[in-house]
Design a protein around this ligand. Structure first.
Ligand SMILES: CCNC(=O)c1c(-c2ccccc2)csc1NC(=O)CNCCc1c[nH]c2ccccc12
Length: 331
């Protein structure tokens, strides 16, 4: 079996996150979820979510699904590094993505969501694609959609083809040769503690020379920006007139009119270049002449994150064989 579904920017101006349609239950209820390789819970806005915490999101109502079953005594609670959080109870139900159906998928229903989720009006929840070891359901951890689907997939893989300010695709079970150019370069995945963690071979700023240096990080579709060691950030923003690391805005900002260099990262011998437009991420506030950078420091995070700003410069293969590996190709 295979599946294929669109990854659409939640808002047409900045690629804050990407949403993908899924169907849950009988008759099918359609929701738009953020497919997130940086976490492992599938949770949705639901009929159990307080109305005061819902602002336009679609909700999953298990009591309207003839195939929904409460997982009695199971609860979940997740807090992301940016401080956002949600928690609730758990049902199993039929779950489909782009023609690929899993029966008995654990669907975590929100009984509480934090304000940053309430304010993302088009995002009806998250679909975790990290390793199931990270799943927060207690006392019995649940499997991700990918882990449940894997045995029936033609190939135990899924791919991410995210795009700049336009719809891309998530494919399950196959690698679409039309979506990339050249060869796919694979590197090993260090799956502890449950993230898709790999090591980049180095970086270059603009047309400068390539700095060969191992950079470990997470290939994370659920994080908008790229978070790298401070030394790389200072080397990059040194090239940007008027750039400062602003305590006020919580990261590197610069005049929106500034000329930005591209940023190149290595995967083995292969090279991937993030165009300047992806790095001039967004004005700090609506209409401001100060822009927030798509490259930020991982100081204080404890892990480097290759988020959407980097991922949309490549075609990425998440290979769930044992041992897992991650493949990168230009497109
Ligand atoms: C900024 C969101 N990312 C993180 O917190 C994160 C961290 C992390 C850890 C500590 C401090 C900062 C970040 C490590 S892995 C990792 N990745 C994830 O947690 C991936 N899932 C993010 C889901 C998520 C959190 N807030 C949102 C708002 C909109 C769309 C999606 C989200």
């Amino acid at each position: 079996a295979t599946g294929s579904a669109a990854a659409v920017p939640v808002d047409e101006r900045f690629d804050i996150a990407y949403i993908t349609p899924v169907t849950i239950g009988t008759p099918p209820q359609t929701l738009q979820l953020d497919f997130d390789t940086g976490s492992s819970d599938l949770w949705v806005f639901s009929s159990h979510t307080p109305p005061s915490q819902i602002r336009g999101q679609e909700v999953y109502a298990p009591n309207k699904s003839s195939t929904a079953k409460l997982l009695d005594g199971q609860t979940w609670s997740i807090t992301y590094g940016d401080g956002s959080a949600s928690r609730g109870n758990v049902y199993t139900d039929n779950f489909a993505v782009g023609g690929l159906t899993v029966e008995g998928q654990a669907v975590e229903c929100a009984q509480q969501v934090s304000s940053s989720f309430t304010s993302e009006e088009h995002m009806d929840g998250l679909l975790g694609l990290g390793f199931s070891t990270l799943n927060t359901v207690s006392p019995k951890g649940q499997l991700t959609f990918f882990d449940n689907a894997k045995s029936k997939l033609d190939s135990p893989v899924f791919t991410a083809d995210l795009k700049y300010r336009e719809a891309g695709t998530y494919d399950f079970g196959f690698i679409d040769k039309a979506k990339y150019t050249g060869e796919i370069v694979y590197v090993p995945v260090e799956m502890d503690p449950g993230y898709w963690t790999f090591t980049s071979s180095g970086y270059a700023v603009g047309s400068g020379n390539f700095n060969a240096a191992p950079i470990s990080g997470i290939a994370d579709t659920g994080t908008s920006l790229v978070y790298l060691p401070n030394s790389i950030l200072t080397a990059y923003y040194r090239q940007v007139q008027g750039a400062t690391n602003s305590a006020n805005y919580g990261g590197y900002v610069f005049p929106c009119s500034a000329t930005l260099p591209a940023f190149t990262f290595g995967i083995g011998e292969a090279r991937f270049t993030i165009p300047p437009a992806y790095i001039s991420y967004a004005p700090v506030t609506e209409g401001s002449a100060t822009c927030f950078g798509g490259l930020q420091s991982s100081r204080g995070i404890g892990v480097n994150i290759w988020g959407d700003v980097a991922l949309k410069a490549a075609f990425v293969v998440y290979n769930g064989e044992n041992p897992p590996k991650i493949g990168w190709a230009n497109k």
